[in-house]
Design a protein around this ligand. Structure first.
Ligand code: HXC
Ligand code: NAP
Length: 293
């Protein structure tokens, strides 16, 4: 199946250094691995150094590429600046920032403490703007061009979603930042784009959003018109393209990769999808027979 294969040519990211926040696990790890296969140097950051170091060792062994693991809580601007310094001193510069780190869990909003709300907003929105600001200031001061920031959001950044309200608020903010800076920083040679993934199973997300006993009842694949979840390689292909020079004219865009999921929830009459042709025979007869008053 071609959608399970790498799409870009093998040297598509050669010479680029890419920072992936939250790069020790889940989608960040998958995207990082693909960037390495395409010739990039990789920096992965998160709070847990042991997890990062293990991922770095595994990825270096698997791909033969170079990976730097840096502990960095993206909520803390001073730590972000240190992470940038470590990147520059190891690789001599940086070309791409992938804002992927996130925190999230399902909960009725009235059960949240103010601190719980802050925690999610701080990881997702403050974390993304801290990293973007630090990298942007650095690139602009150094007069470096051909740089890019890619933000991972979700489709409820624009629809909103019950039970993940702090995450929805934060991702909406990240999307606003993407579109705003795409215009403001284009003159410095910095592009800003976002990806809005639908369901791509990871342990981090599934344990917090669809706990085991509910997985069958709330099967996310059933909400997707294509009737399946995403494969990590499909997301990696899109991310690889957006951080590569092949996408040099794509700026300020959010690309949805969700098998049609969010639109299925949006269209007024989409529920008719459940009907078979025998129902349509009956409905057509009734509708044709309808008379005006
Ligand atoms: C209510 C909760 C809670 C829960 C934590 N809190 N879990 N409140 N229900 N289930 C409250 C705590 O009581 C505390 O408030 C506050 O939140 C902070 O919790 P801590 O455990 O102290 O925070 P911390 O150690 O920083 O951990 C952050 C975390 C954790 C977000 C709570 O889950 C985490 O580390 N997550 C990182 C990875 C992650 O979330 N991955 C999923 C991304 S998936 P009080 O007031 O008691 O002090 C994603 C997908 C989107 O974004 C789209 C899918 C389709
Ligand atoms: P994940 O494996 O839990 O990844 C989240 C990462 O963020 C972890 O590596 C975590 O590492 C890191 N992180 C959390 N708080 C941090 C902090 N304060 N500072 C630095 N790093 C921090 O979940 P995932 O599913 O791969 O999610 C990756 C991204 O995809 C997120 O932006 C998520 O919103 C988005 N997304 C996922 C899906 C999906 O279906 N999986 C769908 C739409 C969007 P530490 O705990 O070590 O800090």
């Amino acid at each position: 199946m071609q959608h399970l294969e790498g799409m870009l040519r093998e040297d598509a990211l050669k010479g680029k250094t890419i920072i992936v926040t939250g790069g020790g696990t889940g989608l960040g790890k998958s995207m990082g691995k693909y960037f390495l296969k395409l010739g990039a140097n990789l920096v992965i950051t998160s709070r847990k150094l042991d997890v990062l170091q293990k991922t770095a060792d595994d990825l270096m062994q698997e791909t033969g590429g170079k990976v730097l693991a840096v502990q960095c809580d993206v909520r803390n601007y001073a730590e972000v600046e240190k992470m940038l310094e470590a990147t520059v001193s190891t690789f001599g510069g940086v070309d791409v920032l992938l804002n992927n780190a996130a925190g999230n869990f399902v909960s009725p909003t009235e059960r949240l403490s103010a601190r719980a709300f802050d925690t999610i907003i701080d990881i997702v929105l403050r974390g993304s703007y801290n990293c973007t600001l630090a990298l942007g200031k650095y690139w602009i001061k150094q007069k470096q061009t051909n740089k890019t920031v890619l933000n991972i959001v979700t489709t409820y950044a624009w629809t909103g979603s019950a039970f993940v309200v702090p995450s929805a608020c934060a991702k909406a903010g990240v999307l606003a930042m993407t579109r705003s800076l795409a215009v403001e920083w284009a003159k410095y040679g910095i592009r800003m784009n976002a990806i809005a993934p639908g369901p791509f199973p990871t342990k981090g997300a599934w344990d917090r959003l669809v706990p085991e006993p509910f997985r069958e009842k709330f099967d996310l694949a059933k909400k997707v018109p294509l009737r399946r979840q995403g494969e990590h390689q499909e997301l990696c292909n899109l991310a690889g393209y957006l951080v590569s020079d092949y996408s040099a004219y794509v700026n300020g865009e959010v690309i949805t990769i969700d098998g049609g999921e969010w639109l299925q929830g949006a269209g007024e009459f989409n529920f008719f999808n459940e009907l078979g042709s025998e129902h349509w025979d009956a409905i057509e007869m009734m509708v044709r027979g309808a008379k005006s008053e």
